[in-house]
Design a protein around this ligand. Structure first.
Ligand SMILES: Nc1nc2c(ncn2[C@@H]2O[C@H](COP(=O)(O)OP(=O)(O)OP(=O)(O)O)[C@@H](O)[C@H]2O)c(=O)[nH]1
Ligand SMILES: [Mg+2]
Length: 231
């Protein structure tokens, strides 16, 4: 019997085109070989399409978060997760869920508390706009200047952590900055043992929910800069 559980938390807002593909890409048997059972937890953020229905049909646990936002949706998932270890990914086929066994094995072997991923290691052609790439480079620079953290991709939506670190993290954002904020909280303020692992990043299935990239990036930059002064 597998004693440990990994919870895959997937935030989803109107992702009926990608949700089944995303769930089916999770390599449960390979994860079992690393010593973990798998819980798939889809957090539906008020989708008006068949996202929740399709997720349940594919065998995921489905919960809903009424407060709109990437951050509030993920935080709901973290609280509800049954596993000792949590990993996140979008519901759109961009993140390589087949890489979970490899990063989970590294997570255990190196006794990490937090493992984040670097999409720039293998970025599929056209998977990310130039504007988005430039914004990410600026956010990485900010992370290095303000916190001394050498993190190439602080906005990556795929990261893994021990659930037990959550009470020590102050996660204030209900929106996009949550992704950057959790890395600053874990790797800087909570002084977790962390690493950044290379991953592949692919084309999205379905429509993006990121409407104004520059505005999102600027809001993120301010949120993180403020955090350097008042946590
Ligand atoms: N924008 C947004 N996304 C949400 C929300 N709630 C859940 N999500 C999910 O959060 C994930 C990230 O959104 P994406 O639209 O993929 O944003 P992105 O990854 O920055 O951009 P893409 O390149 O389009 O993938 C997706 O799985 C969304 O369905 C919300 O309130 N707003
Ligand atoms: Mg995405």
């Amino acid at each position: 019997m597998t004693e440990r559980t990994l919870t895959v938390v997937i935030p989803a807002l109107n992702e009926e085109e990608g949700i089944a593909h995303t769930i089916n890409a999770i390599p449960r048997a390979e994860i079992e070989k690393v010593g973990y059972g798998t819980q798939v937890l889809v957090v539906d953020n008020g989708s008006r399409d068949r996202t929740a229905e399709l997720a349940a049909k594919e065998g995921a646990d489905v919960i809903s978060e009424p407060v709109r936002g990437y951050g509030s949706t993920l935080k709901k998932g973290f609280q509800a997760a049954g596993g000792e270890v949590i990993v996140t990914a979008d519901a759109d086929g961009t993140y390589p869920l087949d890489a979970i066994p490899v990063i989970l094995e590294q997570f255990d072997r190196e006794q990490l508390d937090f493992l984040t991923t670097n999409r720039f290691a293998a970025l599929d052609k056209g998977a990310m706009s130039i504007q988005n790439r430039q914004g990410n480079a600026l956010l990485a620079l900010e992370t290095r200047i303000l916190f001394g953290l050498r993190m190439r991709d602080p906005e990556s939506g795929m990261w893994m952590f021990r659930k037990s670190i959550l009470p020590g993290l102050r996660l204030n954002s209900n929106s996009w900055p949550l992704s950057h904020e959790i890395k600053i909280e874990a790797c800087y303020y909570a002084r977790c043992r962390w690493k950044e692992a290379p991953i592949r990043y692919s084309h999205r299935i379905g429509q993006t929910k990121l409407l104004n990239g520059w505005k999102v990036g600027f809001t993120d930059m301010l949120h993180i800069a403020k955090k350097r002064v008042v946590r």
